[in-house]
Design a binder for this molecule. Sequence first.
Ligand code: F6R
Length: 608
Amino acid sequence: MCGIFGYVGKQNASKVLIHWLEKLEYRGYDSAWFVVWNTSWLQLVKSVGKVSYLTAKSENTLVADETFSYWIAHTRWATHGWVTENNCHPHYSENEKIYLVHNGIIENYKELKDSLVAKWYKFYSETDSEVVAKLIEDSWEWNLLKTVEKVLPTLEWAYAFLFISKENPDEIIGVKYWSPLVFWYSNDKKDLYFSSDTQALAWVVENIIFLDDWELVHIKSSDYTIKSEWKLVSKSAEKIDVASLKAEKWDFKHFMLKEIFEQPKVLNDVFRWRIDFENLKLNKAGSFEELDKFEFDKVVFVACGTSYHAWWLGTYWLQDLAGMDSSVEVASEYEYKNIRVEAKTLYVFISQSGETADSIEPLKYLKSKWAHTFWIVNVVGSTISRLTDSWMFTRAGTEVWVASTKAFTAQICTILILTLYFWEKNWNLWRQKYRQIIQELQKIPGIIDELLKESEEIRKVAQEIKDYKQFFFLWRHLELAVAYESSLKFKEISYLNSQALPSWELKHGSLALVDKDFPSVIFMPSDFLYEKNLSSIQEVKARNGKILAVSNKKIDSATWNVIIPETIEETYPFITAIAGQLIAYHTADLLWRDIDKPRNLAKSVTVK
Ligand code: F6R
């Protein structure tokens, strides 16, 4: 994670640099640094904590300059070493002539560090990145570009770097291998920028170049050249419409709450052009036409975190409705399996950010084996969306801070649309049910609106549960994904411990934990398993445990109730999931947690 940013131009450093760091802060907010460079002076500003601390420190220290200056900056999400000023980027060489910012992980850094220590190099930080600065000093070829090109092949695995050097004061080098990096410039080519991703871009960017692995941009004065695997290439710039990426908090207390309330609109965006509500059928254009060319008998889903939970629902829908064999794999583990690529299997990857390293690795492997891959991503222009030939964007708009909410809802909606596609394609279409689901989907945004009106009621329940320290989140059938996702949301932002568990598993051991101080949240809409869930409540109550029931019916045996509006069995997860988000949000807010920037986390996980 970490965000890196670079700039060459004449603009006022303190304003523009801080602006961009704030945009990238969602990628990591342990600490931030920048170094501003012009041919006659150099300035480093650093701060542990959020970018706002850096803003306070840098105010009035940096002045506008009429000459070009060269800036590199970084927001950190710690991988190697504590959150201290010493571990913050930019890192520099022992002679203080070479500076760099890095996003990624250098896996062979220990070996490289040992060889440098043997040559008497001293290290001020615990990071893998400092090793690269010292390595460049040690390998110095009297020219930054030459030396960088010599050193990079010795580094194992992921990086996006920006380098500057006092020896070549009018140059900046950006290079990418696995970790994301984009480069863009103003129309008059007087302002040149690097950034970790497009989500940080706040206005229309006319001339953007997405860098691929082993590509390097070398800026000298205000000219740039691009190399691929160290050979000069020409790459054309693209224009991206970033209007849709803009995000403002409006009057909401937190971005998370704003994003929860955006969900009805998000779902209407997901439906657009894909579902023909008048004729109760799918509009089979775009990605579906691509899928139509093949016959698939199995779908394997690969994802991490919240996106992984979304897929769980997908496996149930695909099996129950479309009659298709399907399984879900957690991306970080998948690459360790002996994957047998099947010609009639569709491998579907899902990611909000489109930058998750754990997902990119198995995707690249599957592509190398000619597997049929399909992506469901949210961020347009992200690494993942550029890796596959067919995909569906989730259209959730920018999700600014860590806890994923509207992206999850958009994901499950997109997955349901994919299910409808396969269902219709397969011979076993139960037309009445198919039509009923489409009819109900159209109503879901309105039903969510009804639930959102109950937000303050849910806050009252949160007030009751906030002082307990650990919880079970119980589920049966389709509520599996909801319970796991709600439990994750709860942990992430309230820092209270919760474990998702199938209700029927309680009696196989976990019931031992239940007592008056260990409540359970149960997701139990009135579906065909409702009675069974009532029995689970009794099991918990018999052990003195308290129950928060999330259901469309008031449950007298429960200690607390969150009553949700009615829908049909297949679409309840849209509603219960949002109830889970509100429970997590209000509990965390009542505990005064830093909801949009929970501790230890970052928005996109671009390291393994
Ligand atoms: C939790 C959350 C994470 C992400 C996970 C995968 O709120 O957002 O669990 O879902 O890191 O990220 P993406 O979906 O960007 O691949």
